[in-house]
Design a protein around this ligand. Structure first.
Ligand code: FPP
Ligand code: ZN
Length: 328
């Protein structure tokens, strides 16, 4: 099979911790730059990525807590959903991010929980699937958003869980993986969403852990990086989607962790901080979170522990009393 990979020039084993903290803090502070930028359509998720990353490497300390909570409130809609920025349409993706941020701030009980439950439950379809918003696109990533969002609020029994699980099962492929819909090809990101959903639902018995573990382990390339599908280039975010799934399945030792660390560390910006998708590209908060989160799963340095199902600090998941299922 064709293999695409990158050559690593910079194989430092050191994390430029202080620079990553500065990178993440400046992303939050430079309001004009980030408010008027082309990223507005996903700003709520951007805040979740940046704050979670900062929490992990800054001893759980995140800045300007009141201002952040006010921002969430400004994106609230009467239907119970949240938009990425004020004036945009609500969507399940940003509703999950808003709930995740409120949990990081220990302020989830101040959210309009019944309205959020109503918004999410109305997006469930007769076959158990979820649409992302009122426009009706179905995708297993929205199943994960619905389950994660409601379980963080202790409300996942409000949806039809049996049907939600049945739909995910219908997206399972012969290779053990999962796609976005029944019959769609296996994809690392959607495998995380489906296995994460089954972990929340306590139904990992439905996964063929050996077959899927093999497919996931096959994603590691000679550079040490992981790709999301065969014949694709390695990408730091798949260090999360693929490696966290291997953790949930208790098969994290099926890849070479030292090689993965080397690839992730080679994708840091040693001057300005932050991580990019692969060495030499521009850093961004998305890849910075997933690079640091994968390093956390490998107990790198003093990075705080992360939960492989929720991609949130373990301390927050413990505080909420959640126990997502994992296999050993
Ligand atoms: C790759 O997408 C990633 C995915 C499909 C997973 C997305 C997961 C969510 C939105 C759920 C929320 C996640 C967390 C961590 C709380 P892509 O479109 O970039 O894929 P490509 O690499 O094939 O282009
Ligand atoms: Zn990526």
């Amino acid at each position: 099979m064709l293999q695409k990979d990158v050559k690593l020039d910079n194989t430092t084993k050191t994390l430029v911790l202080k620079k990553h903290i500065d990178f993440l803090q400046s992303f939050g502070k430079e309001r004009h730059q980030y408010e008027s930028s082309m990223m507005e359509f996903l700003r709520m998720s951007g805040m979740y990525w940046g704050l979670t990353a900062l929490y992990l490497i800054n001893d759980g300390k995140i800045p300007k807590e009141d201002e952040i909570f006010e921002y969430i409130k400004s994106c609230e809609h009467s239907c119970g959903g949240y938009s990425p920025a004020p004036g945009h349409d609500p969507h399940l993706l940003y509703t999950l991010s808003a709930v995740q941020i409120a949990c990081l701030l220990n302020r989830e009980l101040e959210l309009p929980i019944e309205k959020i439950v109503s918004y999410v439950t109305k997006l469930q379809q007769d076959d158990g699937s979820f649409t992302g918003d009122k426009w009706g696109e179905i995708d297993t990533r929205y199943s994960f958003c619905a389950l994660a969002c409601l379980s963080l609020l202790g409300k996942h029994n409000e949806i039809n869980l049996v049907k939600a699980v049945d739909f995910i099962k219908s997206c399972q492929n012969f290779d053990g993986g999962f796609g976005s819909r029944p019959g769609a090809e296996s994809h690392g990101g959607l495998i995380y969403c489906c296995v994460g959903s089954l972990s929340i639902a306590g139904r990992l018995d439905l996964v063929d852990a050996d077959t899927l573990g093999w497919w996931l382990a096959e994603r590691q390339l000679p550079s040490g990086g992981l790709n999301g599908r065969p014949e694709k280039l390695p990408d730091v975010c798949y260090s999360w989607w693929v490696f966290s799934t291997l953790n949930i399945l208790g098969r994290d030792h099926w890849i070479d962790k030292e090689d993965l660390k080397t690839f992730i560390l080679a994708s840091q910006d040693n001057d300005g901080g932050g991580f990019s998708d692969r060495p030499g590209d521009e850093p961004d908060p998305f890849h910075t979170l997933f690079g640091l989160a994968a390093l956390s799963l490998m107990s790198y340095d003093n990075i705080l522990p992360i939960d492989p199902t929720y991609c949130m600090p373990k301390a927050v998941i413990n505080r909420l009393g959640l126990k997502p299922q994992t296999l050993s």
